[in-house]
Design a protein around this ligand. Structure first.
Ligand code: AMP
Ligand code: MG
Length: 350
């Protein structure tokens, strides 16, 4: 049986069932809601309670501030400045939280070598993902671009709040972590404003604060990567953030072959690891975003090994042979969306 979902919040990877069940009969007011475009995607923030309006405004400002700092296409952003000085020896000043983000991204490359690298930008360019003129690059162009991918050649000085790219031509692309980082700052802005119940949908990154007004958990739907009008599952969650990565988010087709935007840094080609999507559930927004991208490249076995080595996140993996693998910590939160949807599911245990 399909679950009835009464409100479609947005176009992201998820929609939230925020509208299932009206606000509690205690007279809870209508929530404050904002939809806006930032970081190349439509975003939606909804907050309940008296501070809702102030909260959503503050959250939007927080996201827009980061968009201005992190965008690779905005020539005035701090990341563009960092990229423009690649190889010339300049340590570029960045905001302390940007330095922290760069260091964090480097640490993920060390944890999952060969799966994740924020200096992937030249390869993204070779495929035309940045210019919208998408095409399969020549082997020569691809190997030249790959030679520039090495985040150990990014020097970050968190104390001085500076960063430097050691080789000319290197560029940082924070596409894999920017929205997660923004989600964390948006949550902080909402909480500082006094908001205790809210949903933040930054397109593939969903955060739920508190519970629904009726006290029940939020119901978050994970998209079906094969049919993005449909869903794989519903997760019932409180006070947590989710990030989904999938090849269906951005892709093009050439000669009947589909090429997507999540690149395997070992080959320079779109990752083909046996996964169609990865959803990471955790309290840590940037971790969620970084890991959803990295584990999509890693594939199901490495992803589950990595999950078993830690205790700070849970996973929903969708494999290309139509299995949904849900890690143990989500067992009670998980409901298959459609019994006849062509997917089977299994619980991965430690
Ligand atoms: P996400 O949607 O969070 O999975 O991030 C995908 C984006 O991250 C792409 O559009 C690129 O900007 C960037 N990216 C692609 N492949 C990688 C990778 N292997 N490591 C780090 N960033 C990547
Ligand atoms: Mg990501």
């Amino acid at each position: 049986m399909k679950h009835r979902i009464s409100s479609l919040l947005l176009t992201g990877i998820f929609f939230l069932c925020a509208g299932c069940g009206a606000p509690a009969a205690s007279g809870a007011a209508e929530p404050a809601s904002l939809q806006f475009f930032s970081m190349d995607t439509v975003m939606s923030i909804t907050a309940y309670g008296e501070q809702g309006q102030a909260g959503v405004q503050a959250a939007r400002e927080a996201v827009n501030r980061l968009d201005g700092l992190l965008s690779r296409t905005d020539p005035d952003s701090q990341i563009s400045r960092l990229n423009a000085h690649a190889g010339d020896g300049t340590a570029v000043e960045v905001e302390p939280d940007v330095a922290e983000l760069l260091s964090f991204a480097q640490s993920v490359s060390q944890l999952l070598p060969g799966d994740f690298d924020i200096t992937i930008a030249p390869v993204m360019d070779a495929w035309g993902f940045t210019t919208e003129e998408r095409h399969v690059p020549t082997e020569q162009a691809l190997s030249a671009a790959l030679a520039l991918v090495d985040s150990s050649q990014l020097e970050v000085d968190e104390a001085a709040s500076t960063a430097r790219l050691l080789q000319a031509g290197m560029e940082v692309d924070l596409g894999a972590v920017a929205k997660g980082f923004a989600a964390g700052e948006a949550e902080e802005a909402l909480r500082e404003a006094g908001v205790e119940r809210a949903t933040i949908d930054l397109g593939g990154n969903v955060t739920v604060i508190g519970t629904r007004p009726d006290g029940d958990p939020w119901r978050v739907a994970v998209k079906d990567p094969r049919n993005t009008d449909g869903y794989l599952c519903i997760l019932e969650l409180e006070d947590v953030t989710l990030s989904t990565s999938g090849g269906y988010e951005r892709y093009f087709e050439e000669d009947g072959v589909r090429y997507h935007h999540i690149i395997d840094p070992k080959t320079g080609y779109p990752a083909d690891s046996g996964l169609l999507s990865v959803t990471v559930v955790t309290a840590n927004h940037v971790l969620a975003d970084a890991l959803s991208t990295a584990l999509f490249v890693a594939g199901p076995e490495e992803a589950l090994d990595f999950w078993r080595s830690r205790d700070d996140f849970e996973l929903v993996l969708c494999t290309d042979d139509s299995r949904i693998i849900v890690t143990q910590g989500l067992e009670d939160a998980f409901q298959l969306y459609d019994q006849d949807g062509g997917y089977t599911y299994e619980i991965a245990r430690r």
